[in-house]
Design a protein around this ligand. Sequence first.
Ligand SMILES: [Zn+2]
Length: 359
Amino acid sequence: MNLPLFKAKGPSAKDLYIQGLHLLLEGRFTEALSHFIESATLDSDNAAAYYHVGNIFRQRGSLNRAETIHTELLKRHNLPWDLKLKIKFSLIRLALSRKERPRAEELIREAAGESGRAPWVKEELLAVHELAGQWQAALDLKIELDRIKGINDPKRLALYYLENGISLLKENGRAARIQFKEAIKQDPRMPWPYILIADSYFTENRTDDALEFWSKLFDAAPSKAFLIFDKMEKYYYTAGDYGEVGRIYRKMVEAEPENISALLALSRYLFKKGSRDEALYYCQKALQVKPDSREAYFELLRQTMDAAGSLSEIRENVEGLMRICSARKRYTCHACQTRTEEPHWRCRHCGAWDPYGLS
Ligand SMILES: [Zn+2]
């Protein structure tokens, strides 16, 4: 009788683990998860497989299961230091998604104590500082990291200064403005710090200082100046100097004849003042610069409809067209495609930086 020499064997714990890693890289999380679970079942010493199981659970929102697996894993004595640290980073993210602030901060301090061990630790630490909104720590670490790597990343630094300033704004306007001014030094073309500095001066009734920063914005980033058009009109209207709005728009159009936002703002301003022919002229100019501009098209419809008031048929058609055109400018996040009417430097949905290309 012939006995088989070898039993038919399935894949080993190690094979399953490596396949799991490949699946993870391909984004096939469900299959990766079952591979890691099988691998850990065959070889309970395979701590890395447990780590990935916990991580995938956390990313899927099964926070309790993730926490149990990772805290149990941390109790093992023979864990390599890097795996131990990776588990801690996962627990930090977990605490942050549960909004358990003190727990997250404690774990971040522990991780920071080991940041000298390898470059990836600093990178991961920076990521959790961002998630936790620890902007001063993020700034310090980012500067250190860039120095080590011999690179310059002024745009990201500027955003950190911006966020750092925001976190100080309620308590101390002056300290916040210092951060905003640092942001300007890093990235003079980013509109937000000028706007925030002006807002903060207005709050303190320092009108001249506020206006100075509006004018700095016009000089430094004229194509982004439209971000304050509403505020500016309101301010000058309240101050009883609405004519200044017109002068500002005219100056902008002179300096940048292809600035659509300025052309349309001037057109709207003139229309309001009753200078209809001139208003129409600037509106048509805007459409020449950018024939597919919804905003310009909408303004043209609004103004022509007003002129053709007595022709009811035209009015009906034009009103129909107006209904399909959104009057408000809308912004779409380049990362998550979420749409909003509120421009910002960071997507409030997914956290992507400069989601609308305004910085
Ligand atoms: Zn987004």
